[in-house]
Design a protein around this ligand. Structure first.
Ligand code: FAD
Length: 399
């Protein structure tokens, strides 16, 4: 492992600090690309082994809704077209009520207003390839353990448990909701951290492609985000390019039935699905295996008073503002962050402390707004979309 951060790079006579980026997920890889293309020297430390060699943990298809905000950021890195080649268009919500026919609620008047389903693993690989091509030095299997902001050094631990000290440049944490850099910054200067648990969790299941005429085909309408709203809980399904759908069941974590606590195993869950999701259950042939082997994820919103430690360290993406997933905007918001930050850092005459303060000033109100909208959209998705009054208002263009 080379030491990083010692050598400032220059462009048009301006000295650029070198960047030590923690986390090579979606946001870290895109930020690295944008900064390296602007002439910054970037060293990226990622906890996992290189997914391009090892494959994604579990090998499951997990997908995300990519919207215009995220696409705009990908365009700045010239990656939007390539990403869309591996995406499935979603025109609207296909709502599957408990009784009655399913119906499509379009997002816009035509296909100029759509969102896209993309595979998380494939997108991350594409972004890491782009970062490497732009000149980012990638260090896989290197997890941030601690940071000494005064000495500008970090300690990383590899897959064999071996610790090393590395000289750091300006530190940027894109290491997700459980950010280790955030913990180190908070220990140095309290950041005003607040985590609000939703009290609901999620579990992913899979609808494989259906077989017909000897060919694989989608078992449901492919160009839609499917929702089975049930009042206090719901299932959703997003399409994958190869014909499958990733289903996500959202339920209260505990308390009254149904909850993940009241459905501890596939036998209980299958009985519940037979009652509540009778049209969905037959589409999930490996229900028992999926239910018993896939973990229950937790959902929280994370707020911070401070996103940076003067000009020495900054948090971005989920590390700064993790939100619940019901607006499908966490990644999109993190992608928007990368463009704002790269632009601010590149503005001549700005030092990093100034750029980081401005970044928080610009981005925090947007992050707070989408955090609130994401919480509200859970109620809309699991409940209002099936309400005849909501549908009538929507017909009139009021919802
Ligand atoms: P992450 O994707 O969490 O990446 C963090 C990276 O840092 C990882 O690679 C991790 O290995 C690495 N790391 C962690 N700790 C360390 C360490 N100590 N040292 C080094 N590296 C470290 N968003 C959308 O826009 N649309 C959606 O449809 C959508 N659906 C979602 C559905 C669910 C169920 C969930 C939970 C989230 C969803 N999101 C969605 C949100 C989206 O997943 C996140 O906003 C996005 O992944 C944030 O990217 P990130 O790079 O900031 O963090």
């Amino acid at each position: 492992l080379r030491n990083s951060g010692a050598i400032p790079s220059t462009e048009r006579g301006m000295t650029k600090p070198s960047i030590t980026l923690i986390g090579g997920g979606l946001v870290g890889a895109l930020l690295g690309t944008l900064l390296a293309r602007r002439g910054y020297r970037v060293d990226l430390f990622e906890k996992r082994t290189d997914p391009r060699r090892a494959g994604f943990a579990g090998g499951r298809s997990i997908n995300l809704a990519l919207a215009e905000r995220g696409l705009h950021a990908l365009r700045q890195a010239d990656l939007a077209d390539e990403v869309l080649e591996h995406a499935v268009m979603m025109r609207g919500r296909m709502v599957h009520p408990r009784e009655g026919a399913s119906g499509l609620q379009r997002y816009g008047v035509d296909d100029s207003e759509v969102i896209w389903s993309v595979a998380r693993g494939g997108l991350n690989v594409l972004l890491l390839d782009a970062a490497e091509a732009a000149g980012v030095q990638l260090h896989f299997g290197q997890s941030l353990a601690s940071a000494d902001f005064d000495a500008r050094r970090i300690r990383v631990i590899d897959d064999h448990g071996i610790h090393r000290e590395v000289e750091a440049g300006v530190l940027i944490g894109a290491d997700g909701a459980g950010s280790a850099l955030r913990a180190a910054m908070d220990a140095h200067t309290p950041l005003g951290l607040r985590v609000e648990a939703l009290g609901h969790g999620y579990k992913e299941l899979e609808i494989p492609p259906a077989q017909g005429d000897g060919r694989a085909r989608f078992a449901l309408e492919p160009n839609a985000l499917h929702i089975w709203p049930r009042g206090g809980y719901m299932c959703i399904a997003l399409p994958n390019t190869e014909g499958s759908f990733t289903v996500t069941l959202f339920l209260p974590a505990k308390g009254a039935h149904p909850s993940f606590a009241s459905l501890p195993d596939a036998a209980h869950a299958a009985a519940f699905f037979r009652e509540d999701f009778p049209d969905l259950l037959p589409l999930i042939p490996n229900f028992a295996e999926d239910y018993d082997s896939h973990p229950v994820g937790t959902l929280s919103t994370l707020y911070l008073d401070r996103w940076h430690l003067d000009g020495r360290a900054l948090l971005i993406g989920d590390a700064a503002h993790a939100i619940v997933p019901f607006h499908g905007q966490g990644m999109n918001c993190g992608f928007e962050d990368t463009v704002a930050l790269a632009d601010l850092l590149a503005e001549s005459g700005r030092d990093t402390a100034d750029a980081f303060a401005e970044f928080q000033r610009i981005r925090q109100p947007d992050a707070d707004a989408i955090a609130q909208m994401a919480l509200e959209n859970y109620v809309e998705m699991r409940d209002s979309v099936a309400d005849p009054h909501y549908l009538a208002k929507r017909e009139l263009g009021a919802a």
